[in-house]
Design a protein around this ligand. Structure first.
Ligand code: HEC
Length: 133
């Protein structure tokens, strides 16, 4: 009895080994087509982030050139919010722009650079601005 069990399990093992060996040799290489999916990650900032963003804007010099609903020297924040969807990519883009300054998106008047502002604060400002529309 014991011997038959040992024998059967041996045969089974051989079969399995053979089967899997057979499978590896039979395998054909199929090239998978990958499609690039561009996800628009809309991230929702917390209410606290938006409040902090508004406070940081008020403390900094932003309001000297920007108003929420009318163009002053810089574009109205509502118009900025209409132009850019609230995605992580746009937050990054605008944080860089506010810190480095520059012109060309709304006209030839440049925005002054803000190198001393911490990017985390600027991100909250931008999140607040893009929440305005
Ligand atoms: C000296 C005036 C001035 C100050 C101060 C200023 N801005 Fe601007 N801002 C501008 C101008 C002008 C533009 C348009 C730039 C362009 O055409 O690319 C602009 C554009 C922007 C944009 C849109 C950028 C784009 O590429 O579309 C954002 C967001 C912004 N400002 C946020 C801020 C924040 C936040 C502050 C305060 C930390 C600030 N600005 C301070 C003048 C100013």
């Amino acid at each position: 009895m014991k011997r038959t069990i040992v024998l059967t399990s041996f045969i089974c093992a051989m079969l399995v080994a053979n089967l899997s060996f057979g499978q590896t040799t039979k395998k054909t290489t199929t090239v998978k087509k990958t499609t690039t999916v561009t996800k628009t990650v809309v991230s929702k900032p917390s209410a606290a982030d938006l409040v902090m963003g508004k406070q940081a804007l008020t403390k900094s010099d932003c309001l000297a050139c920007h108003k929420e609903d009318t163009k002053v020297i810089g574009p109205a924040y509502i118009d900025v919010a209409k132009k850019y969807a609230p995605t992580e990519a746009n937050y990054d883009l605008l944080v860089k722009k506010v810190i480095a300054g520059g012109s060309g998106n709304w006209g030839t008047t440049p925005m002054s650079p803000h190198p001393s502002l911490p990017p985390t604060d600027v991100k909250k400002m931008v999140q607040y601005i893009l929440s305005l529309k």
